[in-house]
Ligand binder design. Structure first.
Ligand SMILES: Cc1ncc(COP(=O)(O)O)c(C=O)c1O
Length: 365
């Protein structure tokens, strides 16, 4: 869709990236780190000062003590953390429960390890986990359950009840958890993020992936981290050592300092919520019907009042006809499930959102 967007000069609300400037102070810190000579490899597990800052942030947010020596590894982005976690524990024949629609790397990352994704649909239109269905799909081959909250592509979030259900299901088993929390701060409507880090019994069996790209509006920097208990982190690092080994140094020096500014990440949710609300107000002048989003960069819209076309055809049509790129949600299902829903990224400048909706209004209001 991004390539088509370029070809047709469309506004790209498909791919999830901000089109506004990132924080200048963080850019300055990276510049300073480079000028100060921090341009060589840092420790394989990540710059210790950054791991210490992450530890402090986690203590502040989730009242949890993690050990920077044994439980935190800096990675080149969240996707890499997910791939490395899966590769460090999956063996051929293992089953991994994945909820769909799902971020596009999960299934290929499972399959490349010879393991089998067990694909369970989230309920429509609330995009909730059907925990009875999860129970029915647990068997001796179940090695892992993957969760993602706030969720891409739907913006749904897991609540305390979900975490209790998950705890009950895995209790007394060897099932591991991968919790993708890259949108931990992009959560709206006063809802608290239910991190695995708040649940000691769950943490014992979990890998958790995070992304600085999402926190600081710099998705192109590709820097993140994984947190896991020591026994799992030891396995993770065996894969990491011979793959990435050491991540970008000056960026780590800068982040170690910048992470101390709590205000920046604490205000992220509020600023993205303003964008979500602004976009929705504009979209109310069209025939697209929103499906509530409580987090992430994304808002889903149902278009059944406009067209009967399948999601892919309709997404291509509005890209060519109106000049607005979106992503069909069917692309996040292996079986291309159809609900007549498109994903829009609202993490954009007001002027971009204005122009996109002006274009949509011409054809679909
Ligand atoms: C759910 C989810 N997980 C992980 C990532 C990856 O983050 P990164 O760019 O740091 O690899 C993304 C990015 O879009 C995402 O949406």
């Amino acid at each position: 869709m991004s390539s088509l967007a370029v070809k047709h000069n469309a506004i790209n609300l498909g791919q999830g990236f901000p089109d506004f400037h990132m924080n200048e102070a963080l850019i300055d810190l990276v510049n300073k780190a480079m000028k100060d000579g921090h341009n060589q490899y840092v420790h394989m597990n990540g710059l210790l000062a950054l791991r210490e800052s992450i530890k402090d942030k986690i203590a502040f947010l989730y009242q949890k003590n993690v050990d920077p020596e044994t439980e935190i590894t800096i990675t080149p982005g969240g996707t890499y953390a997910i791939y490395t976690a899966l590769t460090s524990v999956l063996r051929p024949g293992d089953e991994v429960i994945v909820f769909e629609p799902a971020y596009d790397s999960y299934v290929p990352n499972i399959e490349i390890n010879g393991a089998k994704p067990v694909l369970l649909p989230l309920t429509y239109p609330g995009y909730k986990i059907d925990w009875d269905m999860v129970k029915e799909n647990i068997n001796p081959s179940t090695r892992m359950i993957m969760i993602n909250s706030p969720h891409n592509p739907t913006g749904s979030v897991l609540d305390k009840n979900d975490m209790e259900q998950l705890s009950n299901i895995v209790a007394g088993t060897n099932i591991l958890i991968l919790s993708d929390e890259v949108y931990e701060h992009i959560i709206f409507d006063g809802i608290q993020h239910e991190s695995i880090l708040k649940y000691p019994e769950l943490f014992k069996r979990s890998f958790i992936s995070f992304s600085f790209g999402k926190v600081y509006n710099c998705t192109g920097w590709k820097i993140g981290y994984c947190i896991a208990p020591p026994n799992l982190m030891t396995e993770f690092r065996k894969v990491h050592q011979f793959n990435c080994f050491s991540c970008n140094s000056p960026v780590q020096f800068a982040l170690a300092e910048f992470l101390k500014e709590k205000k920046v990440y604490m205000e992220l949710g509020k600023s993205l919520q303003t964008k979500r609300d602004y976009f929705e107000l504009l979209m109310q002048k069209t025939k697209f019907k929103s499906i509530p989003s409580h987090g992430s960069y994304f808002q889903l819209y149902n278009y059944s009042a406009i067209s009967n076309e399948n999601e892919n055809d309709f997404a291509i049509r509005i890209l060519k006809e109106a000049g607005v790129a979106t992503i069909p949600v069917s692309a996040f299902y292996q079986n291309k499930k159809e609900d007549k829903v498109l994903r829009f990224c609202f993490s954009k400048k007001e002027s971009t959102l204005n122009e996109a909706v002006e274009r949509l209004k011409k054809f679909y209001s």
